[in-house]
Design a protein around this ligand. Structure first.
Ligand code: PSU
Ligand code: MN
Length: 301
């Protein structure tokens, strides 16, 4: 059988012209932010990529079709839809085969990007090893995907809802380069410094693009995680967030939230408990990642 990919018009044009493209995920829209800030942010992120001379391609599965880039109407419909499936590596093929609709996580977006030949992807934060994983075995499929699909993923690190040292250990075991930008410490999403050192530091998009292309030339499978710290003026300190995260984790345990529901539940509770401050920071860091991803994509073409 052959897979049919449905390209948005501007993505189709960019492909024909050999222009750079940056992939974007859709779970951040459906499960990561409330409406209408989710669609407003998605539009701003796409605009920031275009301003840098690059074409954005937001991924989603709609009625069983892999969409590489969404029209504005599709983006809006997805942002307003209720009970959209959250698709990772394990569920994306079943959704396509049964004609379903769903949003792509980091892992599923990397799979779509690979199919479309797109090498750079911007998002907010990646999934990782959850706190208490030694009991629950809850480790995001995003980590395995980074070991398999040749996509450079630009994120603001990983949230402190995760176990960051275990996340970095797992990435090392999987052979995934973790590159911080402009500092030595691994960033913790809303905070610039997680207190954990990162393995590699690079200060320019040129170096990051070269590192990606070197892996490809060597035949090494998998991508890279680029950890780009949130801009200082938007950061929320760890002291402010630690009790909020602790409360959200306690509530998740008390309410027996498990599996795919854990990350969306925690994000929603942290949004509520910070009275929206976490969302403002989230929007700023995604925009910052989009701009860096666009620069890396330009270096690769
Ligand atoms: N982390 C965030 N924001 C998000 C997500 C993670 O800071 O929106 C989403 C991404 O789509 C990521 C997914 O791929 O959650 C990870 O889910 P899980 O932990 O269930 O693998
Ligand atoms: Mn999980």
């Amino acid at each position: 059988m052959t897979l049919s990919l449905r390209y948005a018009p501007e993505v189709e044009q960019a492909r024909a012209a050999g222009d750079p493209i940056v992939a974007l995920e859709s779970t951040i829209i459906t499960h990561g932010m409330p409406y209408p800030q989710n669609v407003e942010t998605a539009r701003q992120v796409e605009a920031a990529i275009r301003e840098n001379g690059v074409v954005p391609a937001t991924m989603a599965i709609i009625d069983g079709q892999i969409h590489i880039g969404l029209t504005d109407a599709e983006l809006d419909a997805l942002a307003q839809a209720k009970d959209v499936a959250k698709l990772s590596r394990a569920d994306i093929a079943a959704c396509i085969a049964t004609g379903g609709t769903g949003a792509t996580t980091v892992a599923a977006t990397m799979i779509c990007a690979r199919l479309a030949g797109i090498s750079v992807f911007a998002t907010g934060g990646i999934g990782g090893v959850h706190r208490g994983a030694e009991e629950t075995f809850d480790i995001s499929a995003d980590l395995q995907e980074l070991a398999q699909s040749p996509v450079t993923v630009v994120a603001a690190g990983a949230k402190a809802i995760l176990d960051l040292p275990k996340t970095l250990e797992t990435l090392e075991t999987l052979g995934v380069p973790v590159i911080t930008v402009g500092q030595d410490a691994f960033p913790a999403f809303w905070s610039r410094d997680s207190g954990v050192p990162a393995p590699i530091r690079m200060d320019s998009p040129t170096e990051i693009a070269a590192a990606h292309q070197t892996r490809v030339a060597m035949g090494l499978p998998g991508g890279q995680l680029v950890a780009n710290p949130i801009p200082a003026e938007a950061e929320i300190s760890r002291e402010t967030l630690d009790p909020v995260i602790a409360q959200a984790l306690d509530e998740a345990a008390a309410q027996n939230i498990t599996a795919k529901d854990v990350t969306p539940f925690l994000l929603q509770r942290i949004f509520e408990l910070t009275e929206g401050r976490s969302l403002t920071a989230n929007i700023t860091l995604v925009m910052n990642n989009a701009r860096l991803a666009a620069k890396i994509a330009r270096e690769m073409t």
